[in-house]
Design a protein around this ligand. Sequence first.
Ligand code: PMP
Length: 305
Amino acid sequence: MEPATYIWDEGELIPWADANVHFLSHALHYGTAVFEGIRSYQTADGGSAVFRLNEHMVRLDASARAYGIPMSYSADDMSKATLELLRANSLESAYIRPLVFHGVGEFGLNPAGSRVRTMIGAFALGKYLGEDGVKNGIRAMISSWRRISHDDFIPTAKGSGAYLNSALAKSEAKRAGFDEAIMLSQSGSVSEGTGMNIFVVSEGVVHTPPVSAGILCGITRLSVIELLEAEGYDVRETDLTRGGLYTVDEVFLTGTAAEVTPVREIDGRVIGSGRPGPVTVRAQELFAGAARGEIEEYRRWLEYV
Ligand code: PMP
């Protein structure tokens, strides 16, 4: 991670190196925190803009409410704080990480006795799954770990502790020589990647798993659905099977960090031609165009810094 100059800490801009928390913070021990991942991009007109900032902060607020973490700042305050941080750090494009976490307080699992703290970091970040991955596609495996379910966690909320599940799957995949893991739901249907949603293209129709498969409702997922539908593509929420994935024409992943990344191989089976397919490439172009303010209609998604 490339250090930036400042971190936003409850209304103050503090030096990057001073953004420390106490060892006995509740969240460090039990994962009692919620977070977001947001990106800003340099736009076609030279300025910098945050992609769907308000939607991310509304989701942060919803994640906090879902896990019962009292927010000290409104979604609107968090958006303003993000813009202030980006201006102070002079980052042309950035990955933005707000975190709302339980700090030091009473000992024990009940977080209610621990003060809630809110911080935001922003730093430069390249292609999460690599330049080569974005251009030529990545190699994925089906994880031996199942995605968290609606019975044990809240998959639609970005709760920190739940990411131990993603970290298990990601590290298993990397150790086995793959770039990414695709996780199945508890019932065995395809859910998503470790930090990204999945799409497949089969016989001209675009499919993506529904919320019941334990997915996080990705903002990139929603954006790509809207962008492809506007181009006339038929996009459906469908329960997908592991075996079915092996024989579809195209597979791609979407997420703030991963953007739109093609998958060229799953469990050693080559997907389609082994090259990013036409729908994947179109989704990449549309997403990049929208994020960089090149498509008039989608400038409404941008918050200029
Ligand atoms: N699933 C998980 C588990 C994630 O962490 C993310 C990243 N936030 C996504 C999907 C993609 O969501 P988004 O497009 O909003 O970044």
